[in-house]
Design a protein around this ligand. Structure first.
Ligand code: GCO
Ligand code: MN
Ligand code: MN
Length: 392
């Protein structure tokens, strides 16, 4: 067994829709057979994954009867147990059915909004049944092409109403479930409401039960918006709101590619893993590490398992590289010495008359500070050399 082989403690998870993706795209149909959820669980277990996540309709077809649902869920639960896996996250498909063509929670039509909320109530029952502790909301259709159709102010209000309603449902049922909101700037809609993790973080602060709502940032989505995933995740962690994460890879300026984790922007992936693992000294993220990605359309089923294995191996390799980087004496030396500790402590302690006076009285030489090089060229080059395996 190699040090980079996945183990349960890594908490790696995949969605049924990720390894089950048959390679369909807007220009062509499936290139791989669609596997049954039980076969997908068995395949994931063989790869060493810990968890399997799903949308309600990845498992139970839309419109299934209660008996069909119960049989499907019982068979699936048995497979998850037999394979020693778990279902850490469940979510609700609010984007495939034509009723959601103009949004679910933000639709102008109250019947659509009610249907969406009701579908989520059922999906929350399923989540509880499967033992999931996180429920993701990805508003795939919550946006528009024709902005005159709806006030963006009303869209935000309707989104809030739906989430408040569903928080109430979870509390009433006493489910041990928290919500994670996933932002995406566009696709399939021209513009999605709440396009970034930052928008979501503010929106959460306006909710009735904000303590049970966090975010689910995705590498591809932040990158599509031209933003830094590491900065978004860092802000979410600082706010105690990183409840889930969607790991994948993405080229900037493209459609949502959902590539194998670390296969693009290795540097961004390294910095993300470093942050999540806390190798630089921050408190690590302890939730599940979910890969929301899929194999190239060129692949058959073996290629899909190669893809899944690749996501997990790359994460673990980057984790080892991150710890090596942060333990490197030259890095420690370059990052050490954070300046005047008295001033640091005064700023951290906050405003008081005395501290205001102390700041005014402190001797600070702007020209000397401005003239001093920070040696970030050296620091960054060491990071690149660690990444390329030339150091440590
Ligand atoms: C996408 C999204 C989805 C969601 C999934 C879970 O761009 O299609 O990333 O894959 O993550 O629906 O909510
Ligand atoms: Mn996505
Ligand atoms: Mn996602």
């Amino acid at each position: 067994m190699s040090a980079f082989d996945p183990v349960a403690a890594d908490k790696f998870s995949f969605g049924l829709w990720t390894v089950g993706n048959p390679g369909r795209d807007p220009f062509g149909g499936p290139v791989r057979p669609t596997l049954d959820p039980v076969q997908l669980v068995e395949g994931l277990a063989a790869c060493g994954a810990w968890g399997v996540n799903l949308h309600d309709n990845d498992l139970v077809p839309f419109g299934a009867s209660a008996t069909e649902r119960d049989n499907i869920v019982a068979r699936f639960k048995a497979a998850v147990k037999r394979c020693g896996m778990c279902v850490p996250m469940t979510t609700c498909n609010l984007f495939s059915h034509p009723i959601f063509k103009d949004g679910a929670f933000t639709s102008n039509d109250p019947a659509v909004r009610a249907f969406a909320v009701r579908k989520c109530m059922d999906a929350l029952d399923l989540a509880h049944d499967l033992g999931s502790s996180v429920f993701v909301f990805w508003g795939g259709r919550e946006g528009t092409e024709a902005d005159a159709c709806r006030s963006p102010i009303v869209a935000v209000r309707h989104m809030r109403e739906a989430l408040n309603f569903l928080c109430g449902y979870v509390k009433e049922r006493r489910y041990d479930i928290v919500f994670a909101l996933e932002a995406k700037p566009n696709e399939p809609r021209s513009d999605t409401y709440f396009p970034t993790t930052g928008h979501m973080l503010h929106f959460i602060s306006t909710l009735q039960h904000q303590e049970m709502v966090g975010v689910n940032p995705e590498v591809a989505h932040e990158t599509m918006a031209g933003l830094s995933m590491v900065h978004g995740v860092g802000q979410a962690m600082e706010a105690g709101k990183l409840f889930h994460i969607d790991l994948n890879a993405q080229k900037i300026g493209r459609y949502d590619q959902d590539l194998r984790f670390g296969s693009e922007d290795v540097r961004g992936a390294f910095l993300l893993v470093r942050l999540l693992e806390g190798s630089a000294g921050n408190a690590p993220y302890t939730g599940s590490l979910h890969f929301d990605a899929h194999a190239y359309r060129t692949e058959d089923q073996q290629g899909v398992w190669d893809f899944a294995t690749g996501c997990m191996r790359t994460y673990k390799i980057l984790k080892a590289r991150a710890f090596a980087f942060d333990a490197d004496p030259e890095v420690r030396d370059l990052l050490g010495g954070q300046g005047n500790t008295a001033l640091n402590d005064a700023l951290a302690a906050g405003w008081s008359l005395e501290r205001g006076a102390a700041l005014r009285a402190a001797v600070i030489d702007p020209d000397a500070i401005g003239a001093k090089g920070l040696r970030y060229e050296r620091l960054d080059q060491i990071m690149i050399e660690h990444l390329l395996g030339a150091r440590g």
